[in-house]
Ligand binder design. Structure first.
Ligand code: NAI
Length: 255
């Protein structure tokens, strides 16, 4: 288990029932933080919470839809009351509604914007008062290499590029309160999300991974722990002079 490299805080990780969010939650807990594991269905958070607790960490499950401001406000207040004022926020919850532009519906567009962009706005806005009061905060937003453009992802790439602008503005507005904001832009990470993409395009996931790995300079796809490691760094006390940045974690310089 990694040694704590930072002051223990309360962290919120959205979309943490599985995948990247679960790995980030586990890593932040291993770093000594108390972690609110937030996902749509509270019961789906149980395995992440149990993994953290069985490793000696502190975690609670919270059901919330990040796209819904009331749901988020209630969740953040519950976290503050039961776990402590949240001063680390990882906006990780995400969905895909991929399609070529001419087939993409307004509902596909709005759903993706709602979770990634409005969701990150809702959670950050609800948590920022705790960070300002504490004169310490770490906001970490999950962007993507898709922000650089990706066929079939007009909605998702726009949302992930939007998150980069959101991140930079947070860094400018909140810096004087001791709050940093950064984005992690992962490349191909092996999760249920990429498995669903493989299924959608009709390629077995193992073949999809092998094909992707050949195109990546380090010759492998990413694992959720690769992102968790970067999140751990950005959340640490020592990263206080890193703000408004987008860190591509993609095994190479490009998507
Ligand atoms: P995943 O699909 O495995 O997990 C996403 C989680 O978010 C799920 O547990 C889901 O229930 C939750 N979620 C969805 N909508 C929600 C909502 N409205 N409120 C609360 N929770 C909600 O995805 P994965 O792969 O772990 O991705 C995590 C983040 O990383 C996403 O933002 C994704 O866009 C981003 N990302 C993933 C990459 C990959 O290759 N897997 C690459 C680049 C970015």
């Amino acid at each position: 288990m990694p040694q704590p490299s930072t002051t223990p805080r309360t962290a919120i990780v959205t979309g943490a029932a599985r995948g990247i969010g679960a790995a980030v939650a586990q890593r932040l807990a291993a770093d000594g933080h108390a972690v609110a594991v937030v996902d749509l269905d509270e019961s789906a958070c149980a395995s992440t919470v149990e993994t953290i607790r069985s490793a000696g960490g502190t975690a609670m499950a919270v059901g919330a839809d990040v796209a819904d401001a009331d749901s988020v406000d209630a969740a953040v207040e519950r976290v503050a009351a039961e776990l402590g004022s949240p001063t680390v926020v990882v906006n990780n919850a995400g969905i895909l509604r991929d399609n070529l532009l001419f087939k993409m519906t307004v509902e596909d567009w709005d759903a993706v914007m709602g979770v990634h962009l409005r969701g990150s706005f809702n959670v950050t806005k609800a948590a920022q008062k705790h960070m300002v009061e504490a004169t310490f905060g770490r906001v970490i937003n999950l962007s993507s290499t898709s922000a650089l453009g990706n066929r079939g992802q007009a909605n998702y790439s726009a949302a992930k590029a939007g998150l980069q602008g959101f991140t930079k503005t947070l860094a400018i507005e909140l810096g004087k309160f001791g709050v940093t904001a950064n984005a992690i832009a992962p490349g191909f990470i092996q999760t249920d999300m990429t498995a669903a993409t493989a299924e959608r395009v009709g390629v077995p996931f193992d073949d999809f991974i092998d094909y992707a790995a050949k195109e990546i300079p380090v010759q492998r796809v990413g694992q959720p722990e690769d992102i968790a490691h970067t999140a751990s760094f950005l959340a640490s006390d020592g990263a206080g002079f890193v703000s408004g940045q987008v860190i591509y974690v993609a095994g190479g310089p490009r998507a």
